[in-house]
Design a protein around this ligand. Structure first.
Ligand code: RAM
Length: 911
């Protein structure tokens, strides 16, 4: 057995390490980057163990795939860094393509080949570079009604061979851009939803292949969307402005060096499309008889069209798109065609999904299709839409009467599992309906599976909750007249979200909006983007400003977002402090505490944990994150100042909420959980609080009573303090209230309320009962981090160093997870075999890991069938205090087996 400090044997038959998957700002070959020093990242490829990078060299060439015109040659940098490497060459120019390649030296000092080249292309770096103006229509109605979606068009000439053509485009509203009869790019709901008054994203598309020599036509539809359509539970219209508008600029670069620009201006023409109304909640209405065939082609006669109007709008707020655009992700077929007791024809999509139905039909001109969308059927099996409140989710299409016609909404989406076909020409055949699932185009990075099928369904439900609510903004729900970027929901789900998908760019974009919407006094509005007047700030919700950047730092090693958000984090802490010097003062402001907890008084949404306690706990936690961030960013003075504040308000917390005998004054699960999770207690009071939590659980037959605040942490806390068995029990409970209770009741997403559907099949009150609310899906974090044990190391964030420490329970026979980190795939899986335990682990190149094998006997531990002494890639082994083995290992795949002493007995139930 190797001893501490002993280094692993090095194999001599070294294969050459490959370098590839170069990213710029997390993206592959992105176009439209407006960052002055974008960050580059790459992966190393090599299956042998212990692959590490010791140096890198980057070359960047401007508009030259042959790498002759270099704007940066980093030279050999002695560094193991292969992610978050900032470009440090000559200043970048707008609308320019930068080719990049990377070479590395491995741990044996051997040089790789140059990677395959990649590129990024800059957008318009200065607002003043936009040539055109926003264009729109003269105001028609008084803005109180949805108006028909306008069309814009412009013909232009291409005179010669095109080297590259690019379009930069955005809208006040939502746009679909078309060129010569087809859509530009595959993105939906562009330009996305941001804090429009401060930040308006534009998209960039390479359109070289869509142009042709001679006559060309550009066209666009502009819908109302979040900008101007009815939105928020107050159904306000024109939240950001009452005129929708388009801004586009095509830049054509010819092979002979000429450049031409075609930009939106008054020479564009406008008319009306076949979309007669389209709104986020209400749905879309199309009358195909109004379609003007060929309107987006060059030869079309637009003599009847009017000139577009110039719309005054500030271009200084234009920014390149930060996150991945919304795109079609998958297609679902109905699983059943139902005839309900009430006589409705209803399609069951088999999954609560977000997107829309693409419907095909044939019929006479004027025939109608009407589709209504809902999440559930009621206990009698009837279509139930009351919980959608004022969101009609109703799409209506009028046929043109020419052969097969296909419809789908362009500027609206729905959250649903069931579709009521209220009108349809002819027989309703399921094959004519297709569920189009949309969300921000993030890569799925995590997969989790175990021997309990109900837990696997729970994992699917969590993932579906993320899909449905990560449609450009992290929303509370995707269906009723809300769909807002509630900060608390996003904050509690952030770590789970980072496991399931690569959310770095998605959250970065949202955080930039948060920063933009922070109020003068430092308050963080409850939802971002902010849409209702009089923003309020509340504990656990506003704390998203510290928690989410910190999650991105831990999961992606992203220090730039910390630097970007630092002032906002500080101002948030100062805002809390502004309510009084006592730690508890902030909590005296209106708060909502442990939202929707089951220990709430009858009829109340607020859990029994005092709201001021929740506030005081989060105040300490956020201040702690500010301290850590200040330290990281080298802001010594701030770090010292907030360390003092932290110590003081921690003290206040103890004085206010911990009795002299060391009990938390509030006997709720959530109060104990917060105190333990945020390290709010003196050492000596910890065991007592753990016991108090155990007792509270016991009183409730080991079921939780927690809401939005307590639920995300309860299992993490139990595991941290030695009660993983209890955490498993909470996870595996199948009766109310529990995660699997919902699964057993047929949930395909996570519900807003533990009792969204009650035992007798009735519903929680319709005024607030979403069946697609991801907050309680935050258990996913514990599943990855504890059941399969994949965890980050804040000292070497972004999984540069990985912790793998599965906590095994006899109620499962196996569990496995994989996670696509920036360095490559991490895998961890365990199973109990006849011989004992088997643990397989995969660690990507250029990372290291600590692996803890629970209850492993040092003598009998094998790796791939032989003694760990002989295994390459294992740098160190040591025994842990609780009878396991800790290994320090390098990259590669490992299979550990040992005859484990894991008890086959399920621990005595504590109730
Ligand atoms: C509800 C939202 C959200 C929650 C707030 C406090 O309206 O759905 O989930 O964060 O209330």
């Amino acid at each position: 057995m190797k001893q501490d400090g002993q280094t692993a044997e090095r194999r001599t038959d070294l294969e050459l390490v490959g370098v590839g998957d170069i990213r710029c700002e997390y993206k592959r070959n992105p176009v439209g980057i407006d960052i002055a020093n974008p960050r580059l990242g790459w992966k190393l490829f090599g299956s042998r163990r212990g692959v590490m990078q010791t140096a890198y060299r980057i070359q960047t060439a401007e508009e030259d795939p042959g790498f002759g015109r270099l704007v940066w040659d980093s030279g050999w940098a002695e560094s193991g860094r292969s992610q978050q490497v900032e470009y440090a060459g000559e200043p970048l120019r707008s609308c320019t393509r930068y080719h990049v390649r990377v070479m590395i030296r491995d741990e044996a000092g051997r040089e790789s080949e140059w990677s395959e080249p990649a590129f990024w292309e800059t957008g318009l770096l200065e607002a003043g570079e936009w040539t055109g103006d926003f264009i729109g229509c003269e105001a028609e109605g008084d803005g109180s009604q949805a108006e028909p979606v306008p069309l814009f068009r412009k013909t232009f000439q291409v005179s010669g061979a095109v080297e590259r053509a690019t379009v930069y485009v955005t809208a006040l509203g939502l746009y679909e851009l078309r060129l010569n009869g087809s859509k530009v790019g595959g993105d939906l709901l562009t330009p996305g939803w941001t804090s429009y008054t401060n930040r308006l994203q534009y998209q960039t598309y390479d359109i070289t292949a869509q142009l042709r020599e001679g006559d060309n036509a550009a066209g666009a539809l502009v819908g109302e969307g979040w900008y101007r359509g009815s939105f928020s539970w107050d159904h306000q219209r024109s939240i950001y402005g009452n005129r929708s508008a388009l801004l586009a600029e095509i830049r054509i670069r010819y092979r002979d060096g000429r450049e031409e620009r075609i930009a939106t201006d008054e020479s564009w023409k406008r008319s009306q499309s076949e979309i007669v109304a389209s709104e986020m909640y209400a749905g879309e209405q199309t009358d195909a008889r109004l379609l003007q065939p060929g309107w987006d082609l060059p030869g079309f006669d637009d003599s009847g069209w009017k000139p577009a109007e110039r719309i005054e709008a500030d271009k200084r707020r234009l920014v390149a798109q930060v996150n991945e655009p919304v795109r079609v992700q998958e297609l679902l077929r109905p699983v059943e065609l139902l005839r309900t007791p009430a006589g409705d024809t209803v399609l069951d999509m088999g999954q609560n999904m977000v997107g829309f139905i693409r419907v095909r039909a044939k019929g006479p001109a004027g025939a109608e299709i009407v589709l209504e969308h809902a999440e559930v059927l009621d206990k009698d099996g009837n279509f139930y839409a009351d919980n959608l409140r004022g969101a009609k989710q109703r799409n209506r299409y009028v046929l043109r009467g020419e052969g097969d016609e296909t419809f789908e909404p362009r500027f609206s989406f729905q959250g649903f599992r069931y579709v009521r076909v209220a009108a349809y020409p002819g027989e309703v055949k399921p094959e004519c309906f297709e569920g189009v699932v949309i969300h921000s185009d993030m890569e799925q990075s995590g997969r989790f599976e175990c021997s309990e099928p109900l837990v696997n369904r729970l994992q699917m439900n969590i993932l579906w909750g993320q899909k449905g609510n990560f449609v450009d903004v992290p929303t509370d729900c995707p269906q009723r007249d809300e769909r807002m970027g509630w900060t608390g929901d996003a904050q509690v789900f952030a770590r789970t979200a980072c496991f399931n998908m690569n959310t770095a760019s998605f959250f970065t974009k949202w955080l930039l909006d948060m920063k933009a919407e922070q109020m003068e006094n430092g308050a963080i509005p409850n939802y971002i983007p902010h849409v209702l007047p009089k923003p309020r700030a509340m504990a656990a919700w506003g704390d998203a400003v510290t928690i989410v950047p910190w999650a991105l730092y831990e999961c992606y090693g992203d220090t730039r977002i910390l630097a970007e958000m630092y002032d906002s984090m500080v101002r948030w802490v100062e805002y809390m402090r502004s309510h009084g010097e006592e730690g508890a003062d902030w909590g005296k402001q209106p708060q909502i505490g442990d939202w929707l907890a089951l220990d709430a008084k009858q009829g109340s949404y607020r859990g029994a944990t005092p709201e001021d306690l929740v506030a005081a706990a989060y105040y300490v936690h956020s201040t702690g994150l500010v301290v850590k961030t200040a330290e990281l960013l080298g802001k010594e003075e701030d770090a010292a100042r907030y360390r003092r504040l932290h110590a003081r308000i921690l003290d206040d917390f103890r004085r206010e909420y911990v009795t002299p005998n060391g009990r938390i004054a509030s006997p709720t699960q959530t109060a104990q959980v917060l105190a333990l999770m945020f390290d709010l207690l003196e050492e000596r009071d910890v065991p007592r609080t753990v016991t108090a939590l155990e007792e509270l659980l016991k009183k409730n037959k080991n079921h939780l009573t927690t809401g939005f605040v307590g639920t995300p942490y309860i299992c993490l806390v139990l595991s941290r303090f030695g009660r993983t068995d209890l955490a498993y029990e909470l996870l595996l409970q199948q009766d109310f209230p529990s995660w699997l209770d919902q699964v057993k009741k047929g949930a395909t997403t996570i519900w807003e309320h533990w009792d969204g559907i009650k035992e007798d099949g009735s519903f929680w009150s319709a005024d607030m009962n979403s069946f697609n609310h991801y907050a309680y899906g935050s258990i996913g974090d514990w599943m990855y981090r504890t059941v399969t044990g994949i965890n980050t190391d804040p000292e070497k964030p972004g999984y540069k160093h990985i912790h793998i420490e599965p906590q095994i329970d006899p109620r499962l026979s196996y569990a496995k997870a994989s996670y696509q980190s920036l360095y490559g795939a991490i895998e961890a899986g365990w199973s109990r075999t006849d011989e004992g335990m088997e643990l397989t682990v995969a660690i990507p190149p250029n990372t290291t890991a600590s692996v803890v094998l629970p209850a492993a006997s040092r003598r009998l531990l094998l790796e791939s069938g032989t003694s760990v002494n002989a295994a390459a890639g294992i740098y160190r082994t040591e025994e842990t205090a609780d009878g396991g083995i800790r290994l320090e290992i390098g990259s590669g795949r490992y299979r550990f087996t040992y005859p484990a002493e894991i008890s086959e007995q399920v621990p005595e139930p504590t109730n």
